[in-house]
Design a binder for this molecule. Sequence first.
Ligand code: B12
Length: 293
Amino acid sequence: MKELLSPKQVALAIGVSEASLKRWCDKGLVPMIRTAGGHRRLPVNGVLQFLRAQGHRIVRPEVLGLPKASAMRPSAADASAWELRDALEVGDEERARQIVLGQYLSGATVADLCDRVVTKAFHDMGQRWQHGDVEVYQERRGGQITMRILFELRKMLPTPAVDAPVAIGGTLEHDPYSLATAMVELALRECGWQAESYGAGNPASTLCAAIRDVKPKLFWLSVSTADCVSEFLADYTELYNTAIENGTVMIVGGRALDESLRREMAYTAFCDSLAHIVNFAQTVHAVDPEPRD
Ligand code: B12
């Protein structure tokens, strides 16, 4: 994906004249910077936010280095999830990219797209692995492909404002699951937060240090596995206490947090989906998700 576009490229991609596009730029409707030579250059995330807000169709996405959009109707989410699962299983990165980015371009929110399509694809892949229909390498390759696509999606999101509330999160040591925490980052960024995932497998002490240094408004912990409950609870308690001491809201989520484990934990909120944390984050702090490029 190209990061800076010329007005001509964008005009071609959306089927309007270059003059109209330059006019929109000059009116401040489309974020723009100027090169040293005075030429207009449009950050791709600003252009995409403008097009999504206006409901403008991208007729030639390939001009922007993007895959073709495919509309996501509620009933189509399942079909897309199965299609994505198939693409990931055979390692067809281009098709997977087309499904995920295409849904985003056609108006799906990150939370919806990840909860209803990507996560579903992985849950199904997990079942197929359990039944011996999928090899471990296929699942792992699918995970790598998905991380690359999520990274690309991140670049398409609005740049958070410098004064936007800060959120950080990740998983603890012995929890290697990196997809969910990467998705939480994107879902919060889409609603205007300066969110950053620290990835998987962090020692509790380093996450505590991060909370003390960064002083985020919100910390999220994704818990996909907690085999050694006593060790998990000791780590978690250290993390929670540090969050409270620093005025940080603690949000937890993830497959391993069943009711009995949650009963042993203190937290601000438990969320079982990205849609859930987005609602929560918007209640805690309503931010303007407009691009600030
Ligand atoms: C990919 C994968 C792996 C990869 C992960 C790679 C990576 N970099 O992340 C790796 C290779 C690590 C792996 C290893 C193993 N895996 Co595995 N894995 C999966 C698989 C297919 C997908 C997991 C995933 O990322 N899903 C996508 C995410 C986004 O979905 P999610 O976790 O549900 O998250 C959503 C919500 O829960 C929520 N959420 C999650 N966290 C948070 C946090 C917050 C704050 C919020 C708001 C929301 C939220 O939002 C997300 C989006 O909707 C699952 C199948 C499944 N059902 O999930 C099996 C699965 C979890 N694995 C399983 C197994 C058995 C294993 C291994 C034991 C296999 C082995 N022998 O090697 C090891 C154990 C590793 C360990 N130490 O625990 C089993 C677990 C069974 C059980 N009883 O728990 C599953 C269920 C497969 C199966 N059907 O049998 N695995």
